[in-house]
Design a protein around this ligand. Structure first.
Ligand SMILES: *[C@@H]1O[C@H](CO)[C@@H](O)[C@H](O)[C@H]1NC(C)=O
Ligand SMILES: *[C@@H]1O[C@H](CO)[C@@H](O)[C@H](O)[C@H]1NC(C)=O
Ligand SMILES: *[C@@H]1O[C@H](CO)[C@@H](O)[C@H](O)[C@H]1NC(C)=O
Ligand SMILES: *[C@@H]1O[C@H](CO)[C@@H](O)[C@H](O)[C@H]1NC(C)=O
Length: 360
């Protein structure tokens, strides 16, 4: 009998081995905190009292919510799918009036925002998102006590998507490679400072969506005026992404307990743009909603009735909903990869591992 128990125990220990080294406890409540730009904004910009981009009008939101929510999409965005898979409610925007119970997490993302404050003044740039997170940490400590707040913050997942707007704002075709390198270093220097600060406040499980193919969106194809991509702009994204991957290895090496999932959003979205039909799409290059070449002009929704625009009948057949943002159906595929994709698309961890860590 004893031997059977010992054997069972040993088998169990071996099966659980991959997760044991992480030291996460079973049945944890895992919250989701989201920092980012329009790809992750669940509605914060709608509450800004300035001229920052807001999409609180039809046809944004038409597919899933049946009304505009501030998401720059026809339906759900990546953090919505991650929340569903993690059995959390949709993570609400920090600025939503009356939202004060933050135990499931908070979404700080803001359409148009960059890492650098000067990128799009008026939006919630990354440092401001960090200061809002600081307020949330204070409130959680008051609400739960130091010990439980500490545990919630250590178990939580911190999802980031940032940088694309910084590069799109400064891009000119003539930018030399030295200047590009200096700028990427500056963006990532500021980005790292914020990630380190979240770590200092107790964060341990980080997820990063790298910068997408910003030179190959319908908007950039339209403005290139030559039926192609702006490769110089995508090059900035690639430089950022290579440096980001090195930087994260270094952060993990230097900071005890720092673990991360790096999602290759750039490649995943590029593949869908180039080979749409392989992924179930009818159209990979042109947007569902907008005007001009590739529907690449930002007129989706008509800008208050002043602009004419085209709207496709079935957004699920398109990779891009508007000139710069994927459709819900593309977001779902991307979220699936972030959730349980294999290396090298996502690694060293994926989000499923982060949310469903097994007992030690
Ligand atoms: C916007 O203005 C309203 C009304 O004055 C105020 O309650 C709210 O806090 C402001 N929102 C932001 C994000 O400043
Ligand atoms: C806050 O939300 C959590 C999770 O949804 C819930 O269990 C808890 O009771 C809520 N707390 C308060 C004070 O409403
Ligand atoms: C952060 O960005 C500012 C410009 O907003 C720049 O002056 C500074 O050098 C950057 N910091 C780092 C650590 O790169
Ligand atoms: C699209 O935008 C460009 C540049 O702003 C403009 O020249 C062009 O006329 C627009 N096309 C349509 C169809 O709105």
């Amino acid at each position: 009998m004893l031997q059977v128990i010992i054997t069972l125990y040993a088998a169990c220990a071996i099966l659980l081995l991959p997760a044991t080294c992480l030291g996460w406890l079973p049945e944890n409540h895992v919250a989701l905190f989201v920092f980012g730009d329009s790809l992750l904004d669940a509605g914060n910009n709608v509450y800004l009292n300035n001229t920052s981009p807001k999409v609180n009008y039809y046809p944004y939101g038409e597919t899933f919510f049946k009304h505009p929510t501030g998401r720059v999409c026809d339906g759900r965005i990546v953090p919505d799918f991650i929340a569903e898979y993690a059995k959390l409610p949709f993570i609400r925007p920090y600025l939503e009036p009356g939202f004060s119970n933050h135990t499931d997490g908070v979404n700080f993302a803001s359409a148009g925002a960059g890492v650098l404050p000067e990128t799009r003044p008026g939006t919630i740039h990354l440092k401001l998102q960090l200061s809002y997170f600081g307020e949330v940490v204070k409130r959680l400590r008051q609400q739960l006590g130091d010990e439980d707040a500490h545990k919630l913050l250590a178990d939580a997942v911190y999802l980031f998507s940032m940088g694309g707007n910084d590069y799109m704002t400064v891009y000119t075709d003539s930018g030399s490679s030295v200047l590009k390198k200096t700028f990427v270093t500056m963006v990532l220097g500021n980005f790292t400072a914020v990630v380190k600060e979240v770590y200092a406040l107790g964060g341990r499980k980080f997820a990063f969506q790298n910068v997408g193919p910003i030179g190959c969106m319908p908007a950039t194809r339209e403005s290139s005026g030559m039926d192609g991509c702006l490769d110089g702009l995508s090059e900035l994204a690639r430089m950022h992404n290579i440096a980001l991957s090195k930087l994260l290895r270094k952060l993990a090496y230097q900071h005890a307990g720092f673990s991360y999932a790096l999602f290759d959003y750039y490649t995943s979205l590029t593949m869908r743009t180039q080979y749409g039909s392989k992924f179930g799409f009818k159209e990979g290059e042109s947007a569902c909603c907008g005007s001009g070449a590739y529907n690449g002009n930002f007129t989706c929704g008509g800008q208050g009735g002043t602009a004419k625009y085209n709207l496709c009948g079935d957004p699920s057949k398109y990779v891009w909903f508007d000139a710069a943002h994927p459709t819900e159906s593309a977001n779902k595929q991307l979220a699936n990869l972030l959730w349980n994709g294999p290396a090298p698309v996502v690694g060293p961890y994926n989000l499923k591992t982060f949310f469903n860590a097994h007992p030690c």
